[in-house]
Ligand binder design. Sequence first.
Ligand SMILES: *Cc1c(COP(=O)(O)O)cnc(C)c1O
Length: 434
Amino acid sequence: MEQRQFLLSQKDIPTAWYNIVADLGEAPPPPLHPATRQPAGPDDLAPIFPMALIEQEMCTEKWVKIPEEVLDVLSIWRPTPLFRATRWEKMLGTPAKIFYKWEGVSPVGSHKPNTAVAQAYYNKREGVKRIATETGAGQWGSALSMACCFFGLEATVYMVRISYDQKPYRKFVMQTYGATIYPSPSEHTNFGRKVLEKDPNCPGSLGIAISEALEDATSSPDVKYSLGSVLNHVLLHQTVIGQEAVKQMEMAGCLPDVVIGCVGGGSNYAGLAFPFMPYKLDGKKDIRFIAVEPVACPTLTKGRYEYDFGDTAQMTPLLKMHTLGADFIPPPIHAGGLRYHGMAPLVSLLVDKGLMEARAYQQLDIFEAAISFARAEGIISAPESAHAIKAAMDEALAAKEEGKERVILFNHSGHGLLDLAAYDAYLSGRLQKV
Ligand SMILES: *Cc1c(COP(=O)(O)O)cnc(C)c1O
């Protein structure tokens, strides 16, 4: 029997986050103030984020210590397992070895609590009473609701309307943790009302929901805002994934030739990929890094690399990133977590420098891959994660074509047990191509 499981114990949970900025040898382009277009300083961000997170956003130190209180919560589900998909390898008839890091074991079923817990902790420590945020498919809202509940904070979640209607179960998850949910665009904010006036049937977008959450957060000093992806501090918190995976690949006795992940705002992929990047930067191994996105929201493959707003109302600082434009509203694909017009500035920078490549797939193709994976490995994957699965499958089939070994590692960002309506649509032939 081939070894499938590469497991760590509680003492192996990383005790510091890894900051790739320290290894890049140059500072990433700074965020710009929305009015002056000058580099935004800590004071500009203070109304929306606690100071500890602003410091992490601008941090250039290589390691940032993880507080005990955060580690204590992470230890509910971390370290997460790394598996080799031996049954899927056989099904595909590939000489490749396929490994996946399984983040679906967190209580809410995705990688997102890795940062939600840290963010809730720092907000609590600085006296914040309530956090307002947005959510697409509901994964981030669920993670933040749980984290707020653990640290005694209230949570208000603006949920993109298309997901609110398509995926009502995530709403119940958030409510179970005590959060308040509004479908976005909502009647609850000035911006939401403005959007609804123009288009009463607006399906919503992450950009709109972010504007609503920001408006809510800036309405009172003891309310802050929280973002589940894109920003440097979010990517930083996710590096526990890759640090564990580096150890687990050592246990497996091989380094990956290719490291894959799906990208919405880029956080789960950065979390896995960044701790492997030093191998490439130091010339130890020329690992290929592949970020995978939907054809319906092709931020890295079709977007421009320029300064843009993070939200539709143009309230956020400008970030230098790949973007489809802050007013872009993607088609209502099921991978709600990948429907964002922008991309993490750090992921954008690495793509621009040629250290990472990007690929886009269509909705029907990613479900075909997810079903192949489910029938071999049993796991029903989130539609977002299915993008990584499709890329892993293509890499495995390319290895088969070439008759060569290849070590493939992908981040499996979450399970799809609350996305079964999407599977139903696919299996009954009702799913749209893009
Ligand atoms: C939110 C989400 C994503 C996309 O967000 P990133 O910040 O790009 O990681 C991917 N997979 C799952 C399961 C998600 O919930």
